[in-house]
Design a protein around this ligand. Structure first.
Ligand code: FMN
Ligand code: FE2
Ligand code: FE2
Length: 398
């Protein structure tokens, strides 16, 4: 059964969702699954934009065949050569041997590196600014290097004003009948996943995302068709604005995230004390997480979401507790910056985690550590430490 759906004029959604996959990129939990989007344009020539992951290839091939209904496929534009989108290229070429694969030099090189079929005999190399006409539609190509991978480009159809945006503007989450963001409660049900997707997967490349947004600002965009998640045709500016905030590493909200690593609960208790104090001081947007319980991708996303953070960790064999250490290194790798943070350490005989945490945080750009050092807890936060936590709460808000 084909399950394609017309999205505008002669453009069809031919992708599909995978609800079974546990970990996207074998690392990010996806409770709600993920969609692999692909689009097919029926013009004088037929044009497919990207393919899908092998897990949904069967449905995808049925969708393509169904929409083409006997026509041949003339072009396959490849915007991104990550296997979640290109795993089905070979199957497409086998089914439609006349098809030309349209990509930039790197695209075609990467496809040849991944797969065994003869790419060169199918390839059509394009550069930035080139235009491919299929009849009524004119597709132009805008290079977007490192808006996930170096070969990435986006394709603009000037006839329908659709921007095929590759991984940009994508999100985790399966599609359930409604393909458009305006048919969903995106802010309530999707934004957290969109933020987590962006910050973990593309977040390191803020400068490149800003470059793409700058290039795209000269285009009249009526619809954004990403490779994951819903399609945008309304409130596009709202979502682009979110991207600008994320890409420039600005906090999205005034608020405090408290993340702790505690074995027996003493450090946790101290963080609850701090949270209550912050509440007394009038803070309303406080979010506490146990770094061993909540997935690192959520923690990272929450750190970028709020303007302030507190990191608290026990000393563990003279080191930072592993979950906390890996979170801090992950934040550094994702260019965490422009934040005011508090640091708290706990230990019973040789406290080390505070110094080691502040060392990592100091190696990041534009991170202000409250009072320049960690608050230290000897086993359990007694009265003198509670006073220091009171100060930490007050100084964090300054
Ligand atoms: C396996 C293990 C290793 C630890 N290593 C250290 C250490 O090197 N230095 C230290 O001062 N405390 C060490 N501690 C004690 C903890 O840092 C901490 O003081 C204690 O677990 C109480 O805090 P909590 O209730 O938040 O877990 C260790 C604890 C455990 C269980
Ligand atoms: Fe990607
Ligand atoms: Fe992707």
């Amino acid at each position: 059964m084909q399950l394609a759906k017309k999205i505008t004029e002669d453009t069809y959604y031919v992708g599909y969702s995978d609800r079974r996959l546990e970990l996207f990129e074998n690392i990010y939990p996806i409770e709600r699954g993920v969609s692999y989007n692909s689009y097919l344009v029926l013009d004088e020539k037929t044009v497919l934009l990207d393919t899908v992951d092998h897990s949904v290839s069967r449905q995808f091939m049925e969708n393509v065949k169904g929409v083409l209904s006997g026509r041949c496929l003339d072009y396959l534009i490849v915007n991104h050569v990550e296997p979640d989108h290109c795993a089905t290229i070979e199957a497409v070429i086998n089914a439609y041997p006349e098809c030309k694969i349209v990509g930039n030099a790197k695209t075609l090189q990467f496809i040849a590196q991944f797969y065994d079929f003869d790419v060169s005999s199918h390839s059509m190399t394009v550069k930035e600014g080139d235009v491919l006409s299929s009849g009524k539609h004119s597709f132009s190509f805008v290079l977007a290097p490192m808006v996930h991978w170096p070969e990435v480009m986006v394709t603009y159809d000037s006839f329908t004003k659709v921007l095929f945006s590759a991984d940009a503007f994508g999100t985790f989450g399966s599609l359930s009948g409604n393909l458009f963001a305006d048919e969903l409660d995106f802010e309530k049900e999707w934004l957290d996943d969109a933020r987590r997707y962006y910050l973990n997967i593309v977040g390191k490349y803020g400068i490149q995302v800003m470059n793409l947004l700058k290039k795209a600002s000269s285009l009249e965009i009526g619809m954004i068709c990403p490779l994951h998640g819903p399609i945008w045709r309304k409130d596009i500016a709202w979502f682009i604005d979110k991207y600008k905030t994320w890409a420039q590493y600005e906090p999205e909200e005034d608020g405090i995230v408290i993340i702790y690593s505690s074995i027996y609960g003493n450090t946790e208790q101290a963080m609850m004390y701090l949270a209550l104090k912050l509440g007394d001081l009038g803070v309303r947007n406080i979010h506490m997480y146990d770094a061993s319980k909540t997935d690192a991708s959520v923690l990272l996303s929450e750190c970028f979401r709020y303007s302030k953070a507190v990191f608290a960790s026990v000393t563990y064999n003279l080191e930072i507790f592993p979950k906390m250490e890996s979170l801090l290194l992950d934040l550094k790798a994702h260019l965490y910056q422009k934040r005011r943070v508090g640091v708290v350490e706990c230990g019973t005989w040789a406290l080390q985690s505070g110094k080691k945490m502040t060392d990592i945080l100091k190696s990041m750009k534009d991170i202000e550590i409250v009072d320049g050092k960690a608050v230290s807890i000897l086993s359990n936060a007694k009265e003198s430490v509670q006073k220091e936590l009171d100060n930490l709460a007050e100084n964090l808000l300054k």
